[in-house]
Design a protein around this ligand. Structure first.
Ligand code: G16
Ligand code: MG
Length: 220
C-alpha cells in the first residue's frame, strides 16, 4: 500500500539544470576552457563538489582542496543569483497538480534532493507548502545512488520504504530508490532509467489513478 511520494527536485519538479549549466559554464570559461551542454548532462543529480571534480577533470586542471572550495563557492553564488529570479511559471508540467491531487487523497509528500539550495527554489516557485517533509543536500552525508536521502524522507514521514514511490530523472536517483526498497517512477528516457518500475516523459503523464493501478495506493 502506497502512503507517500518522494520527489527529486531538479529535472522532476523544476528545470534548474539550465541554471547549474550557466554557472558551471561561466566557471569553466573563467578557468580557460569550454563546457558543453552535453558534458553538463553528467552533472545531473550529482553533488556540488562531485560536479566540480568532473568539470575540472574535463578541463584537465588540478587544484588543492582550499582552492576547490573557493571555486565551488563562486559557482554557487552565480547559481543563487539565477535561481533568485525563479517563479512558479518554471514548475514543470503536471507537478503542481499532482502534488495537490496527492494531498487531497491523503498521500504524504516529501522532497528528496541533492541540492543545498532546495528550499530557496521551492519558496520562489511557491511549492514549499506542498511538502510534509523536505530532505536535501543540507541533511545528508551520502549522495545518490546511496539511499540515505530517501530513507531519511520516509522516516520523517513515518512511513516504511515499501510504502513510498520515488520520482526521479537521474540514473543515480533511481538506483538510490531501488536500494532504499522503494517503488520508483523514472522521468525521462526509458533506456537510461531502466531500473525504474515505470518511466514516463513528465509528471503530467502521472495521475493518482496511474499510481493506484501500478502500486495500489488504495487498500484492497
Ligand atoms: C541537484 C542537481 C545537481 C546539483 C545538485 C547539488 O540535484 O541535479 O546538478 O549538482 O542538486 O545542487 P547545489 O549545488 O544547489 O547544492 P537533484 O537531486 O535535485 O536532482
Ligand atoms: Mg534530478
Amino acid at each position: 500500500l502506497i502512503k507517500a511520494c518522494i520527489f527529486d527536485l531538479d529535472g522532476v519538479l523544476v528545470d534548474t539544470a539550465v541554471y547549474h549549466y550557466m554557472a558551471w559554464k561561466r566557471l569553466a570559461l573563467e578557468l580557460g576552457f569550454d563546457f558543453t551542454q552535453e558534458q553538463n548532462e553528467g552533472l545531473k543529480g550529482i553533488s556540488r563538489m562531485q560536479s566540480l571534480e568532473i568539470l575540472l577533470a574535463e578541463g584537465g586542471l588540478v587544484f588543492d582542496e582550499a582552492a576547490k572550495l573557493k571555486l565551488a563557492d563562486k559557482k554557487n553564488r552565480w547559481y543563487c543569483e539565477y535561481i533568485e529570479k525563479m517563479t512558479a511559471d518554471e514548475i514543470l508540467p503536471g507537478a503542481a497538480s499532482l502534488l495537490k491531487e496527492l494531498k487531497s487523497n491523503g498521500i504524504k509528500t516529501a522532497l528528496g534532493s541533492a541540492s543545498k539550495n532546495a528550499e530557496t527554489i521551492l519558496r520562489n516557485t511557491n511549492l514549499l507548502s506542498q511538502f510534509d517533509a523536505i530532505v536535501d543536500g543540507n541533511n545528508i552525508t551520502k549522495a545518490k545512488p546511496d539511499p540515505q536521502v530517501f530513507l531519511l524522507a520516509a522516516s520523517q514521514l513515518k512511513v516504511k520504504p515499501e510504502e513510498c514511490v520515488v520520482f526521479e530523472d537521474a540514473r543515480a536517483g533511481i538506483a538510490a530508490a531501488v536500494k532504499a526498497g522503494m517503488h520508483s517512477v523514472g522521468i525521462g528516457n526509458p533506456a537510461w532509467l531502466n531500473q525504474a518500475d515505470i518511466v514516463v516523459p513528465a509528471l503530467k503523464d502521472i495521475s493518482i489513478d496511474t499510481l493506484n493501478n501500478l502500486f495500489h495506493t488504495k487498500g484492497t
